[in-house]
Design a binder for this molecule. Structure first.
Ligand SMILES: Cc1ncc(C[n+]2csc(CCOP(=O)(O)OP(=O)(O)O)c2C)c(N)n1
Length: 278
């Protein structure tokens, strides 16, 4: 059980992260709010509570790794990294500007970004390599990857799922951001599937299904994942695309786009909390 005070701190961080996501996309006048907002609690729990990292030394060899395989959702990780001081809050104001630190998809030129992503389907293969490399080199770091549910339509994911099992990558934990929507419709309407958990289980993985906006469930699932030996774990996080902003929730139109001034103030009002963007 986590103490209420710890959970409260994470709830406040989630508000902060949501505020930055909305503000930086509004400022850039483009970006991907829906899939950034659905991943807020998972990324917040990892960075503020779980991962062994050092913002003063982003390339520390023994750090835990995080691969945002659904790279278009990078505002969520930029918000967290800025708050942790990997770079400044002012950098958030230059999202998607050519030559600046925070590109529209993650780049390893950005402090704290472990791998460039954006072409969907590749992140799990990269995470596998990092996890396998860690084992070969006797390292104890953990590797985390976040995949989109639409992204699971990429065949390369399932090759990587087989490899991770084959290589007994118990230092790897994958999250599926199961928000049920992708770019232009619901996942099932574009390529129907059922029994997501059963599919991963059939490939030999340990499977945990949770509410991906509930910190207690996220933290407990990671604890179980870390203590599961010999097989990798997938945490299927049931989420809501656009979570936290009523007019964006479950609206596929908010996969990409930016708020106007009026929508921005409504969104910030609904999210609540405060931030350091001045
Ligand atoms: C290989 C590849 N094909 C297409 C795209 C364009 N694209 C960007 S986001 C997206 C939808 C992704 O859906 P999902 O994985 O469910 O992400 P989420 O809904 O959580 O944002 C697509 C098709 C891409 N980035 N890479």
């Amino acid at each position: 059980m986590y103490r209420q005070a710890e959970l409260k701190i994470l709830e406040e961080k989630a508000k902060l992260v949501r505020r930055y996501i909305i503000k930086m996309i509004a400022n850039a006048k483009s970006g991907h709010p829906g899939g950034s907002l659905s991943a807020v609690e998972v990324v917040t729990a990892l960075y503020y509570k779980i991962m062994n990292i050092d913002p003063h030394n982003p390339e520390w060899e023994d750090r835990d790794r995080f691969i945002l395989s659904k790279g278009h959702a990078c505002p969520v990780i930029y918000a967290v990294l800025a708050d942790l001081k990997y770079f400044s809050i002012n950098d958030l104001k230059e999202l998607r500007k050519i030559g600046k630190l925070l590109q529209g998809h993650p780049s390893i030129k950005t402090p704290g970004i472990d791998m460039a992503t954006g072409s969907l389907g590749q992140g799990l293969s990269i995470a596998n390599g990092m996890a396998l490399g860690g084992k070969i080199n006797g390292k104890t770091y953990q590797v985390y990857a976040l995949l989109g549910d639409g992204e699971l339509q990429e065949g390369q994911i399932w090759e990587a799922v087989m490899s991770a099992y084959h290589n007994k990558l118990d230092n790897l934990t994958v999250f599926v951001d199961y928000n049920k929507l992708q770019l232009d419709g619901s996942c099932v309407s574009l390529k129907s599937f059922s029994g997501l958990g059963e599919k991963w289980r059939a490939f030999g993985w340990s499977v945990i299904e949770i509410d991906g906006h509930n910190f207690e469930q996220i933290l407990s699932a990671i604890t179980i994942a870390k203590s599961t030996k010999n097989i990798p774990t997938v945490i299927i996080a049931n989420t809501i695309k656009g979570k936290g902003v009523s007019f964006m929730e479950n609206e596929v139109a908010w996969h990409g786009g930016a708020t106007d001034d009026n929508q921005l103030s409504i969104a910030l009002n609904e999210i609540g909390g405060e931030d350091a963007w001045v």
